[in-house]
Write a protein that binds this ligand. Structure first.
Ligand code: XMP
Length: 515
């Protein structure tokens, strides 16, 4: 929790993704919020002097033996509570009502009928579209609770305690499909909790600069730049706070996109006027990656080599007391959570997040922010627009977009194809509509015919996805003529390529990057 204090509302986390989405919507209402584990004790909640509490949705059934529930006494603190979906069922169960498997499950669009004049529905129409997703339903409300809205299948689509400020919604106000969801959340926050909407990026910026100065004093700070918006924002923020005491390190591992080393360096040095240690390490990385085709092995080698370089450079230019890195809020919550994913799908390597073994104190000024907030902060800090809006790029770079061994030839094909794709998406104004777009190259070959001659060339796969947080993704329905233009340019301009394909798998079951 951040010290100081602004009005804060906490979200008790009954299931990662649901909780993050609610938390993001609350912040969009200008209210600061943090996620806390569902079993946070009443004593801790009291200490935090919260203005309100939201119970998130989650995948469990509240009548199951090991179902996650609130700690005893949480509702005695006296702050307003809003239970959402599973959160409503937790509330009902806690106060002695009955929840059971629904006779008719409700998934998707439903019409909500509000009854009476509930404060929660202030200014909203009597009926509106809401989004349901539940397999369990309230059979019987606890005493002192009443229904304030119903839907076709739920007599208790929204409920409220008759004396206390306890509310529950069976539907999801946080999803865009619920027509007045944001207004409803705002009613809870501003009208029922009495919170002032002071969470703005300008306030965050001023407060964080002050905090960094206080913590760092006259110490020296090292920050690894990767070219992504998170690391640029971290460096710009720390530099604004402590100026010359900050040194940046930028390692070119030879797996960056076309023109990227030059443009990152020039932005750091010229636009942001940073002190930068630049390490041109392409050869070192490619040598170690020779004959390696296993995806996890590639990731391991790149991480290891990066850590080596980092140690060498910090020894040569140090000593440094602090390491600044661009860790974001979802990473903080994920690593703090005991219920992380049981199976490791990929070893994500975040350049700035790597060398934890080094003897530095950690400075993570973005650890309370979501990606969209970082982008807003970056704009406030004057970071150029093309960096603010640039698609995420994995730490191991093109190595995870090259299937099989990383060779100079495949690297060149992948880089050139990627540049064409990016150019075409920007030209057609599709770039800002997709989460990521890039080229994939493997070892499969296809026979082509060029001017009556046979050519046996590479296959380039174009991947474009839409997503809000990279946890799930759908393939982008790019127009055929745009795909055609990309395909024609790739085969015309990269002679080693004879065929272009388009990846149409969503995540899950695929992942965004192929490796
Ligand atoms: P996947 O491929 O796991 O990717 O669906 C999810 C998101 O994470 C990015 N990604 C990475 N980012 N280091 C990073 O900093 C990594 O090692 C890494 N691997 C994947 C990917 O581009 C997508 O946005």
């Amino acid at each position: 929790m951040q010290e100081g204090q602004r009005d804060t509302v906490a979200v008790l986390d009954f299931g990662g993704q649901y909780a993050h989405l609610i938390s993001r919507r609350i912040r969009e209402c200008g209210v600061y919020t943090e996620l806390l584990p569902y079993n946070t004790s009443p004593a801790t909640l009291r200490e935090l002097r919260l203005k309100g509490l939201v119970l998130s949705g989650g995948p469990a059934s509240v009548y199951a033996k090991d179902a996650p529930r609130c700690e005893k006494g949480v509702f005695d603190i006296g702050i307003p509570v809003l239970g959402i979906c599973y959160g409503l069922q937790v509330l009902v169960d806690y106060f002695g009502g009955v929840v059971r498997p629904a006779e008719r499950r409700e998934y998707g669009r439903t019409i909500l009928h509000a009854e009476g004049k509930a404060e929660l529905f202030y200014g909203l129409p009597k009926r509106f579209v809401c989004w349901m997703s539940h397999g369990d339903e309230v059979e019987k409300l606890p005493s002192h609770f009443k229904s304030i809205a119903h839907s076709q299948n739920s007599f208790a689509a929204a409920v409220q305690h008759i004396n206390l400020r306890l509310y529950g919604l069976q539907f999801h106000p946080e999803v865009h499909h619920t027509k007045h969801g944001k207004r409803l959340l705002r009613n809870f926050l501003l009208r029922i909790c009495g919170v002032k909407p002071t969470w703005t990026m300008r306030n965050f910026l001023d407060r964080t600069i002050h905090d960094i100065r206080q913590r760092v004093g006259y110490d020296r700070v090292l920050c690894a730049a990767s070219g992504g918006v998170d690391s640029f924002t971290t460096t710009a923020l720390v530099q604004k706070a402590i100026g010359d005491q900050l040194t940046c390190i930028f390692v070119d591992h030879g797996l960056l996109r076309k023109g990227e080393p030059e443009s990152v360096l020039s932005t750091l040095r010229r636009k942001l006027e940073m002190k930068v240690i630049f390490v041109d390490a392409g050869e070192r990385f490619l040598k170690r990656l020779r004959e390696v085709s296993d995806p996890e092995e590639k990731r391991r080698i790149i991480g290891d080599e990066f850590a080596q370089i980092f140690k060498e450079q910090s020894r040569a230019h140090g000593p440094f007391d602090w390491l600044a890195q661009g860790t974001l809020y979802p990473d903080v919550i994920e690593s703090a959570s005991a219920s992380g994913p049981a199976v490791r799908i990929k070893t994500h390597h975040n350049v700035a997040g790597l060398p934890r073994s080094l003897p530095f104190k950690l400075l993570e000024p973005l650890r309370f922010l979501y990606k969209d907030e970082v982008r807003r902060l970056a704009s406030l800090l004057g970071i150029p627009r093309e960096i603010v809006n640039r698609h995420p790029f994995p730490g191991p770079g093109l190595a995870v977009r090259i299937i099989g061994e990383v060779t100079q030839e495949k690297l060149r094909v992948c880089r050139d194809a990627d540049a064409i794709i990016e150019e075409e998406l920007k030209r057609s104004r599709w770039y800002d509509k997709v989460w990521q777009v890039f080229a994939i190259v493997g070892d499969d070959r296809a026979v082509g015919v060029v001017g009556d001659l046979r050519r046996y060339g590479y296959i380039v796969t174009v991947r474009a996805v839409e997503s809000t947080d990279a946890m799930t993704a759908d393939w982008s329905r790019l127009p055929y003529n745009l795909l055609q233009q990309i395909s024609t340019r790739i085969t015309n301009e990269i002679p080693e390529v004879t065929m272009v394909t388009y990846a149409i798998s969503s995540k899950p079951p695929a992942t965004i990057e192929p490796q």
